[in-house]
Write a protein that binds this ligand. Structure first.
Ligand SMILES: *[C@@H]1O[C@H](CO)[C@@H](O)[C@H](O)[C@H]1NC(C)=O
Ligand SMILES: *[C@@H]1O[C@H](CO)[C@@H](O)[C@H](O)[C@H]1NC(C)=O
Ligand SMILES: *[C@@H]1O[C@H](CO)[C@@H](O)[C@H](O)[C@H]1NC(C)=O
Ligand SMILES: *[C@@H]1O[C@H](CO)[C@@H](O)[C@H](O)[C@H]1NC(C)=O
Ligand SMILES: *[C@@H]1O[C@H](CO)[C@@H](O)[C@H](O)[C@H]1NC(C)=O
Length: 410
C-alpha cells in the first residue's frame, strides 16, 4: 500500500509542478514580520507587504498552537481594513481566512465582526475563546487583485486576522457555478478517513475533515490505490481510498450539518469509489434523493477509479434530507468517499476595492452591470458544453444540474 501510494504521488508530480507554479499559493501570517516554512513545507510570509494598518500582536505562550496562530493583526481604529493580494486576472481562487482570538487582550471576550472580499459580504466571523475559526471561499477574481477585508460591526469588538491563504484553482474546478457567484464552504469531508487530508496530499491545500461517526455507518478502506485523473475537481487520491457505508443493505442518509434552518442555494460535490473488487454475484447500485426526490441515475462506484456527481443548484436547509438509496437490484449498501457542500453567494460585485481603508462600501446598485460578461458567456457557449461533454454526461432532473464523470480506464 505504502509503495503504491508513493508511486501514485510520484506520477502526480509533473501535474503538481504545472498546476501550482502557474498560479498563486500564498500564505500570510498576519501580525508577523518574518517568513518561515512550516512542517507541511508551506512557506509563510509576514503581512507588512499586504497591509499598512492595524497593530501586530504576538502571543506570549504558544502552547499547542501552530506558530501562525500565535500572531495576529488587530484593527482598532478603522471601520474596514483590507489586505490586498495580487492574482492574475480571471483566476478561480480558494481563499481561507483564519482567526485565533487566544484572549490576546486579556478580556476573555472573543469579538464578532464582518468578513468581506472586495466589495462583497462573505460572512460574520464569530471568534472563539479557545480555538481558531476559519472561513473559506472559492470565487473568480474580477481583476488583477483580490482583497480580504474585516469590518467593525459591533461597538468595541475590534476585527483581527490571524492568517490568510490564497490558492489558485484550475478553471475546471468548481466550474458548474455561475462565475459571478462565490462558493462559501460549509463542509468538506473525507468519509472513513482517520485524519485530516490536506497539502501535500491535496496540491490545492483543501482541508478534508475525517468523518466516520453516525448512525450505523461503517468505515471502509481501499485495498488499492490509483492515479486520480487531472479532470474536474481533482480530489486528492487519499480521500478516494476510504469510504463509509451502512452496515446493512439500507439507505445511507447524510445530514446537512453546518447549514442553518433558513433555506439557501447550495453546491454539492459527491465522490464515489469502490474499495475492493466485487464478486460476480455482488452488485452495488444506488441513487441520490434530495427530500425524497430522485436526482440521479443509478451510481455504481468503479474500482480503482471514481465517479463524481456535482449538484450546482439545490435548495436546502439543515432539515433537507440527502439520501443514497440502493436500487432494487443492488446486493450491497450505498457507499460514499467524500463530499463538499458550499453555499452559493448572491451575484458578486466586480469591484476589487483593495485600497479601501475607511468606510463600508455599498454594493447594491451597479452589481449586475459590473459582472464580467466574458466569464458568464463561458458557461453558455458551445465551448463550455464541449468541455463538459468530454468529461461525462449532464442530466437535469428536477432542476438540479447533474454531472456524471467517469474516467475511462486505459
Ligand atoms: C472588472 O474589473 C476588471 C479590473 O478592474 C476590469 O478590467 C473589467 O473590465 C471589469 N469588468 C466589468 C464587466 O466591469
Ligand atoms: C461544521 O461544523 C462543525 C461544528 O460546528 C465545525 O467543527 C466544522 O469546522 C464545520 N465545518 C466547516 C467546513 O465549516
Ligand atoms: C429507503 O427509503 C425509502 C423511503 O423511506 C423506503 O421506501 C425504502 O424502502 C428504503 N430502502 C431501504 C433499502 O431501506
Ligand atoms: C431516477 O432518475 C434516473 C434519471 O432520470 C432514472 O434513470 C432512474 O430510473 C430513476 N429511478 C427511479 C427509482 O425512478
Ligand atoms: C436554480 O433552480 C431554481 C429553482 O429550480 C431556478 O429557478 C434557477 O433558475 C436555477 N438556477 C440555475 C443557475 O440553474
Amino acid at each position: 500500500m505504502a509503495r503504491h501510494l508513493k508511486t501514485s504521488l510520484l506520477s502526480l508530480l509533473p501535474l503538481l509542478v504545472v498546476t501550482v507554479s502557474a498560479g498563486v499559493f500564498l500564505s500570510i501570517d498576519c501580525g508577523s514580520s518574518e517568513s518561515f516554512t512550516d512542517e507541511r513545507n508551506i512557506e509563510w510570509v509576514g503581512d507588512n507587504l499586504y497591509i499598512g494598518q492595524g497593530r501586530s500582536v504576538v502571543f506570549g505562550n504558544r502552547g499547542l498552537l501552530s506558530r501562525v496562530m500565535t500572531t495576529l493583526r488587530v484593527f482598532e481604529s478603522m471601520t474596514k481594513s483590507c489586505y490586498r493580494i495580487d492574482v492574475s486576472g480571471g483566476r478561480r481562487v480558494l481563499v481561507r481566512a483564519s482567526f485565533n482570538y487566544g484572549n490576546y487582550d486579556g478580556k476573555s471576550f472573543p469579538p464578532s465582526f464582518g468578513l468581506q472580499f472586495g466589495a462583497n459580504d462573505w460572512d460574520t466571523v464569530v471568534t472563539s475563546l479557545d480555538q481558531p475559526v476559519s472561513h473559506e471561499a472559492i470565487y473568480v477574481v474580477g481583476g488583477d487583485a483580490t482583497s480580504v477585508c474585516v469590518a467593525l460591526t459591533l461597538t468595541n469588538q475590534f476585527p483581527f486576522v490571524s492568517t490568510i491563504e490564497v490558492r489558485s484553482l484550475e478553471w475546471s474546478m468548481y466550474a458548474h457555478v455561475d462565475p459571478s457567484r462565490a462558493l462559501f464552504l460549509r463542509r468538506r469531508e473525507a468519509f472513513g478517513a482517520q485524519q485530516i487530508v490536506r497539502y501535500k496530499d491535496d496540491v490545492y491545500d483543501r482541508i478534508w475533515t475525517p468523518s466516520i461517526k453516525s448512525n450505523g455507518w461503517t468505515a471502509l478502506a481501499s485495498d488499492t490505490s490509483f492515479n486520480v485523473p487531472a479532470l474536474e475537481d481533482k480530489p486528492p487520491a487519499l480521500v478516494l481510498q476510504t469510504a463509509v457505508a451502512p452496515t446493512q443493505l439500507s439507505n445511507l442518509s447524510i445530514p446537512l450539518t453546518n447549514l442553518s434552518t433558513s433555506t439557501v442555494t447550495i453546491y454539492m460535490n459527491m465522490y464515489f469509489s469502490e474499495m475492493s473488487e466485487l464478486e460476480s454475484t455482488q452488485m452495488r447500485s444506488f441513487e441520490i434523493y434530495v427530500d425524497g426526490v430522485n436526482v440521479s441515475a443509478p451510481v455504481s462506484p468503479p474500482y480503482q477509479d471514481f465517479i463524481e456527481l456535482s449538484f450546482a443548484n439545490i435548495t436546502a436547509n439543515s432539515n433537507t434530507a440527502i439520501e443514497l438509496r440502493p436500487t432494487a437490484d443492488s446486493t450491497l449498501p450505498p457507499i460514499i468517499s467524500a463530499m463538499e457542500v458550499f453555499l452559493v453567494s448572491a451575484a458578486l460585485s466586480n469591484g476589487t476595492n483593495a485600497d479601501d481603508g475607511t468606510s463600508l462600501i455599498e454594493t447594491s446598485s451597479n452589481v449586475d452591470s459590473r459582472c464580467s460578461i466574458k466569464r458568464i458567456r463561458m458557461l453558455k457557449t458551445p465551448d463550455f458544453n464541449m468541455i463538459v461533454n468530454a468529461l461525462g454526461t449532464i442530466v437535469v432532473v428536477a432542476g438540479v444540474l447533474f454531472v456524471l464523470h467517469h474516467r475511462k480506464k486505459n
